[in-house]
Design a protein around this ligand. Structure first.
Ligand SMILES: Cc1cc2nc3c(=O)[nH]c(=O)nc-3n(C[C@H](O)[C@H](O)[C@H](O)COP(=O)(O)O)c2cc1C
Length: 355
């Protein structure tokens, strides 16, 4: 099997196994509407096997970042329709990452809403808001009776994504945002059926994924997780507990027939990832995390342990990454200074290979 062989993921046929990672770029309007630049950015990258959009919020309270796009309003859906049409016209496939921030936000970013989370525990550190850097607030702990409405936010945003022309959705259960906050014992200290044991902490993610799969079809539904990433305060430092939590999650998903499970973990060949993969039973997409930028060699190695490879910064900096890697061509280097800034610089101006 090689990176440039085709792959079926649920309802989609990918021409290669390179999946563009979800990458927050903060180039949409303050109203959460993706505009012309965003259309151009995704269109340029359509030769990847599949694109995963940046994290998009399913409710105003769930917005994490300034200039982040949403999947809530009619204008946002219309903006995304232009993006998906451009990607499809260029021969590509694109799914939407649906991401609720949970406690990783601030009222100065999300329109004044109180942050919500499994437990009333603030994340240490500062959020970049429209008003400058601010300490993360203490979130309000969600009542048990409110959780069906959170599930419904993900379902409605997923329906909106399909209306916007996306080929499917990836639910963001990774990197310390709301769903991951439920999975981790450091951000979830609840005593109801959604806290405590590994099975209980996995419950909301299983329920949300099940509900979305029912609403838009399992063949169009992905979930992203990042076990033991220990990022943004969602810590999983006890290996036995992490294994039990993600085993419970994988067991809960196994019968759904999802299009895929995307796993971010520094050790793709390790026992946790491969145990989760075996329990899940469906296609697995892998990324080895932030520590070093994925190289072609990394991608080839990772493919020994997964069905597809999720690639972030090289795809950010190389719109024609699939072509460059297939031909062994040199790469543009990503410019970290422009990851989250405004405008075309460091966004749509990375050159294509010109020979
Ligand atoms: C600028 C930037 C934005 C990111 N935004 C997201 C995001 O919105 N959702 C997500 O799940 N991961 C996000 N990530 C993580 C990437 O998807 C990926 O896992 C990470 O960049 C490591 O892979 P790489 O070495 O191939 O870049 C982001 C990473 C970067 C560098």
């Amino acid at each position: 099997m090689n990176l440039f062989s085709p792959l079926t993921l649920g309802a989609l046929q990918l021409p290669n196994r390179l999946v563009m990672a979800p990458l927050t770029r903060s180039r949409s309007g303050v109203d959460g509407v993706p505009g012309d630049l965003v259309v151009e950015y995704y269109r340029q990258r359509a030769t990847m096997g599949m694109l995963v959009s940046e994290g998009t919020y399913p409710s105003a309270a769930g917005q994490a970042f300034v200039r982040q796009p949403g999947l809530v309003t009619g204008e946002q859906i219309a903006g995304w329709q232009r993006v998906t049409a451009a990607v499809h016209a260029a021969g590509g496939r694109i799914i939407a990452q649906v991401m609720h921030s949970g406690r990783i936000t601030h009222p100065e970013t999300n329109g004044g809403h109180t942050a919500v989370a499994p437990s009333a525990l603030a994340h240490d550190g500062e959020s970049r808001t429209y008003a400058g850097k601010r300490a993360y607030p203490v979130p309000r702990a969600l009542e048990t009776a409110e959780l069906p409405a959170i599930v419904e936010e993900f379902v409605q945003a997923s329906r909106n994504a399909i209306e916007a022309g996306f080929d499917g959705v990836e639910l963001h259960g990774a990197n310390g945002y709301l769903l991951h906050q439920f999975l981790s014992p450091t951000s979830n200290t609840r005593s109801d059926a959604y806290g405590g044991s590994p099975e209980n902490r996995a419950r909301l993610v299983v329920e949300t994924t099940t509900a979305v799969a029912r609403a838009i079809g399992a063949g169009r539904t992905w979930l992203r997780i990042s076990p033991e990433h220990n990022f943004q305060g969602a810590l999983e430092t006890d290996p036995a507990d992490a294994l039990a939590t993600y085993a419970a999650l994988a067991d809960g998903l196994a019968s759904l027939g999802l299009a895929g499970l995307s796993i971010l973990h520094r050790d793709p060949s390790g026992s946790l990832v491969q145990d989760v993969r075996a329990r899940f039973g469906g296609p697995v997409l892998l990324n080895s995390g932030f520590e070093s930028i994925t190289t072609l060699k990394d991608a080839q190695d990772i493919l020994g342990w997964a069905d597809a490879v999720v690639v972030g910064r090289p795809a950010l900096a190389n719109p024609d990454l699939a072509h460059r890697w297939e031909k062994g061509l040199p790469l543009n280097e990503p410019d970290f200074a422009t990851f989250y800034t405004e405008g075309a610089a460091g966004y749509t101006d990375y050159p294509f290979w010109s020979n």
